[in-house]
Unconditional design. Structure first.
Length: 329
């Protein structure tokens, strides 16, 4: 370990001790100064090259530098991200196996694909939120999100929305229909195995609309092949300055893919807090923030273990309400 890395480790340990101090004069819990003393395995429950894979590999590089400890990202894909999640759920709760995931932990459970949800894990931290973007092909008559509802009213169930069943884009459209005043029975939701197949279907006219984001659609937006119809956030994206938010278009909707780190249930809070302290150091960097926002339409939004638990609870309640619109049979 380098002298610089040792100093960083001590700083992280001191910061963790401060976080763990008990009010009222009690002796603070001491951070484990020898953690981590070997490589940490970061399981990404999706295949290589997707937004989740790219973003967590970027975070792994930054965290590795901060901790001066190897962070080994590993893709364990399959079964709608359940395979990778199960791998971590069953791992030893010692802080050396982590899961990088998002709403899929709740969605897979609500959709009946998994018999466990986010509650089967110890949350480490919410890290970032990727802004979702409804999109269509360049020659489609709808050129803004507020034109979707009138188009549906005119064309009925001939209007087709692409999605991956039980995934973030499926629930995005349920949320959108609710806020835009569209009856789900008026339209056709068409299932695809992945985002790439949706994009192919969108470009050939097989479907009318798909939910994308900058990682999946940025280059196609820039080339003019696809049209971003709105930004599902409270402010516009720097990379798409001329694209209004959904709220600007009268659709009161914020919808993001929220990526965070999880550990096996029972992982000591002391070790999770060491990770949080290191993450705060690297993610509070303006260069990192600007790069993520411009390249990936992703905003850093760190919430530590306890706050992240509350975010997950609130998120689950909202997704559970939307799930009522799905016929699981």
């Amino acid at each position: 370990m380098t002298k610089q890395g040792s100093a960083m480790r001590r700083a992280v340990a001191v910061c963790a001790c401060m976080i763990l101090a008990v009010p009222g004069g009690a002796v603070p819990v001491q951070a484990e100064e020898d953690y981590p003393d070997r490589a940490i395995r970061l399981v990404i429950p999706f295949g290589p090259g997707g937004a989740t894979d790219v973003l967590f590999r970027r975070v792994a590089d930054w965290l590795e530098t901060s901790l001066d400890t190897p962070i080994d990202p590993v893709n364990v894909s399959g079964d709608a991200a359940i395979r990778g999640a199960s791998d971590v759920k069953e791992a030893t709760p010692d802080g050396y196996t982590l899961l990088g995931s998002h709403q899929t932990l709740s969605l897979s459970y609500l959709y009946g694909k998994a018999d466990f949800s986010y509650e089967a894990f110890a949350p480490v931290a919410l890290l970032m939120r990727t802004i979702n973007i409804p999109a269509t092909r360049a020659d489609h008559p709808v050129d803004a999100a507020d034109g979707i509802a009138p188009y549906v009213a005119k064309h009925g169930d001939n209007v087709r929305f692409g999605m991956i069943e039980g995934s973030t884009d499926h629930f995005f459209w349920l949320h959108f229909f609710e806020e835009a005043g569209i009856d789900q029975d008026q339209v056709a939701l068409v299932g695809y195995p992945d985002t790439a197949s949706q994009i192919a279907a969108l470009m050939t006219g097989e479907i009318d609309f798909s939910m994308l984001n900058l990682p999946s659609g940025g280059e196609l937006f820039a080339s003019g092949t696809l049209t971003p119809l709105g930004v599902a956030d409270t402010q516009r994206l720097p990379t798409l300055p001329s694209v209004p938010t959904l709220q600007e278009q009268g659709i009161d909707m914020v919808n993001t893919t929220d990526r965070g780190l999880f550990a096996p249930l029972g992982t000591p809070i002391e070790r999770r807090d060491v990770l949080v302290s290191a993450l705060l150091q690297v993610l509070d960097d303006d260069m990192h923030r600007q790069r993520l926002e411009r390249e990936f339409g992703t905003r850093i939004h760190v919430q530590s273990s306890g706050d992240y638990s509350r975010v997950l609870d609130e998120q689950f309640r909202r997704l559970e309400e939307l799930a009522k619109a799905i016929d699981f049979d």
